[in-house]
Design a protein around this ligand. Sequence first.
Ligand SMILES: C[S@@+](CC[C@H](N)C(=O)[O-])C[C@H]1O[C@@H](n2cnc3c(N)ncnc32)[C@H](O)[C@@H]1O
Length: 250
Amino acid sequence: MWARGHSVPFHCGDPLMNILARFRRSVAHRGLGKTLLHMPRAALRPLVLAVRTRQSASRARRLGHTEERLLLHLGSGTERLTGWINVDLYFPAELCLDLTRPLPIPDACADAIYSQHFIEHIEKEAAVRLIGECARVLKPGGWLRITTPDLEAHAREYLDEVEAGTADAFNAAMRAHDHIYLYDFPTLAGIFAEAGLVEVVKAQPQVSRCSLLNDLESRLVSSERQAALNLIVEGRRPVAISDAPPADPS
Ligand SMILES: C[S@@+](CC[C@H](N)C(=O)[O-])C[C@H]1O[C@@H](n2cnc3c(N)ncnc32)[C@H](O)[C@@H]1O
């Protein structure tokens, strides 16, 4: 039953089913009131998350059928964008999804996708998969824009002034806030191109070739130095086959 410090045994592949089975057993044994009273917070959190993720997945599958214009903001955290579907693991996102997993969103339904200071928090392999998923979910001609700390800019800033204290800033950029992988332009642009996106460029803060993606960088406005330490890459899904990148001859 629910006891503090006990982990939930997973008997089948679906965590939600396992948690619900355990919850039902406990209610049958000691009643609903006592179950809720004794349920550790740690057990409640995955249950709430699993329920929200499941509801979000079913909502995500219907996207594109109702909205005229669909804008997706990935890894939104507390920086919610009005008029956008904010997607994150946690509340207050409208869609609670694990973005390292395949997106339960239909093909070719989004007009634009934006993400700010998120991909550095997941493994590179997961980011490659996610950008591939973005290319699938974008409408032909739709744009993807990603803002993330710039590995090259941070490295240059460190090398330009190697003295006491500058190692702290470089280490913080690499590892603080659970950063996992930092990108430079060639690496991130290569992933965009690999996903089939075209017109991939390093963009300036607040300025995009897609009008839907102007004025979105809320984190870069504090100083010029902060802005310079960020990498912004954008590219679009080809409109037609003739617009697509040439096939790799190898
Ligand atoms: C540093 S915050 C950035 C939030 C916001 N974009 C901003 O600029 O303030 C990173 C966000 O990524 C979310 N996140 C981390 N891993 C995730 C995952 N696997 N799936 C969905 N969201 C995730 C976190 O919950 C957090 O809100």
